[in-house]
Design a protein around this ligand. Structure first.
Ligand SMILES: *[C@@H]1O[C@H](CO)[C@@H](O)[C@H](O)[C@H]1NC(C)=O
Ligand SMILES: *[C@@H]1O[C@H](CO)[C@@H](O)[C@H](O)[C@H]1NC(C)=O
Ligand SMILES: *[C@@H]1O[C@H](CO)[C@@H](O)[C@H](O)[C@H]1NC(C)=O
Ligand SMILES: *[C@@H]1O[C@H](CO)[C@@H](O)[C@H](O)[C@H]1NC(C)=O
Length: 380
């Protein structure tokens, strides 16, 4: 039976998915940072620091939402979803553009549709299913419907995008639908947050998403049916060559799949025991006056602008993959002349955020369940 509260969302189930995958090499779409001039949400009156402050607040709110619900059941709660990167996709026949959040931690593809008495405001016109010749209502007892029926849409959204394109391992996500019965691959390269030369990068699906050449490191991806996120195993972090380990193999923190990688979270949230070990090493390396964090009050911040003098070299040790970061993967100017460490502690689910991912090609191989990193200048 139809749930009335679902009525103002259209969940997108792709047709002809095999034909899409059959395209030679796959296909790419442009990834747009939501605060860049190419984004429909760009506010030219905001300063770069207002934008970064908002991204940090979004990141804090999002990490609170990236949890299991009380029953430990997966829950695709639409309210929690707010991300940093957008894609412009078309749906229906004739095609209608929607600008949607590309979200590796969501398994749904949805947009608001007509008729709608109770939609949240969006700038783009609402999708009109009656005007699409390929629109069809799906029987609630069908397999297609079951992939979305555990979604709770009764809570209201006040984000302003016209939808979400889920890239998680869940059955309803774009990645799963493109693959059909076959598992597939996808990859992206995120331009640094403060890039002023280029605002978009590519999200690629199919065999073009597999990396080639030198400098590639690969770690197992762990997909847990109870979360449907992309989990990786963080073993430790090195600061200027000294390795700190996620403590004790008996602790839940050190279990396989102890961290998720997420395109929609700005900061990197480390298990608090690891964070407590590395913070003194980071602060010992940087000989600059400390500053108070203007937002959360607990970050490591310095009076500095531009390249951070004395920034330590940081390597993330995932199982089988040592990822050596650029200084700007771990530090960012949060306010004028105040540069902060973008790694923060959590007692919840640790997240490898998007600032740490910039200037790497990051490839998800869902045939082998591996994640590969390759340093890359994403603006080129
Ligand atoms: C879903 O949203 C509700 C209402 O905001 C919130 O209380 C709940 O914790 C959220 N659940 C998850 C799993 O994020
Ligand atoms: C999305 O794509 C359509 C069609 O190519 C274009 O008209 C529109 O301007 C694009 N929107 C954004 C925000 O890039
Ligand atoms: C859906 O969310 C609403 C509002 O947060 C809550 O009252 C309700 O219990 C949720 N339903 C399920 C099935 O989780
Ligand atoms: C930031 O530093 C520059 C250069 O030292 C200085 O001119 C400017 O006044 C500083 N701004 C603030 C808000 O401290």
């Amino acid at each position: 039976m139809a749930t009335p509260s679902l009525s103002w969302f259209c969940f997108v189930i792709l047709l002809c998915s095999a034909a899409v995958e059959a395209l030679e090499g796959g296909f790419s779409v442009e990834l747009i940072h939501r605060d860049s001039p190419k984004s429909p949400f760009y506010d030219p009156f905001e300063t770069p620091f207002q934008r970064v402050g908002k991204a940090v607040r979004r990141s804090i709110a999002r990490v609170r939402g990236l949890r299991l619900n009380d029953e430990g059941e997966p829950s695709a709660n639409i309210t929690r979803i707010d991300g940093d990167y957008l894609i412009n996709v078309t749906i229906g026949t004739p095609p209608v553009s929607i600008v949607a959040i590309a979200d590796t931690a969501s398994d749904l593809i949805w947009t608001q549709c007509l008729p709608c008495d109770d939609c949240f405001p969006q700038e783009a016109p609402l999708f009109n299913p009656r005007a699409s010749s390929t629109y069809a209502e799906v029987d609630c007892n069908s397999d297609e419907c079951h992939v979305v029926d555990r979604t709770n849409c009764s809570t209201r959204v006040f984000i302003h995008t016209s939808g979400i394109v889920g890239l998680s391992p869940g059955d309803a996500s774009l990645v799963s639908q493109i693959g059909g019965n076959e598992r597939t691959h996808f990859a992206y390269c995120l331009v640094p947050f403060f890039s002023t030369s280029k605002y978009t990068s590519k999200l690629t699906f199919g065999s073009d998403a597999l990396l080639a050449g030198q400098g590639i490191v690969t770690t197992p991806l762990i997909i847990k049916s109870e979360t449907l996120y992309y989990h990786v195993t963080l073993e430790g972090t090195s600061i200027n060559g000294k390795k700190f380990e996620v403590s004790g193999s008996t602790e839940p923190d050190a279990e396989p799949g102890n961290m998720i990688i997420d395109s929609g979270t700005t900061l990197t949230w480390l298990p608090s025991n690891l964070y407590r070990q590395i913070e003194p090493a980071v602060s010992a390396a940087i000989d600059l006056p400390r500053a108070k964090d203007p937002i959360s009050g607990y970050n490591l911040c310095y009076r500095s602008s531009g390249v951070l003098k004395g920034a330590p070299s940081i390597t993330m040790h995932f199982t089988g993959a040592d990822v050596a970061l650029n200084w700007y993967n771990a530090f960012f100017e949060l306010d004028e002349n105040i540069t902060c460490f973008s790694f923060v502690p959590t007692d919840g689910l640790p997240v490898y955020g998007n600032m740490a991912q910039t200037d790497f090609m990051i490839s998800y191989d869902l045939t082998l369940d591996t994640l590969s990193f390759k340093p890359h200048d994403c603006a080129n």
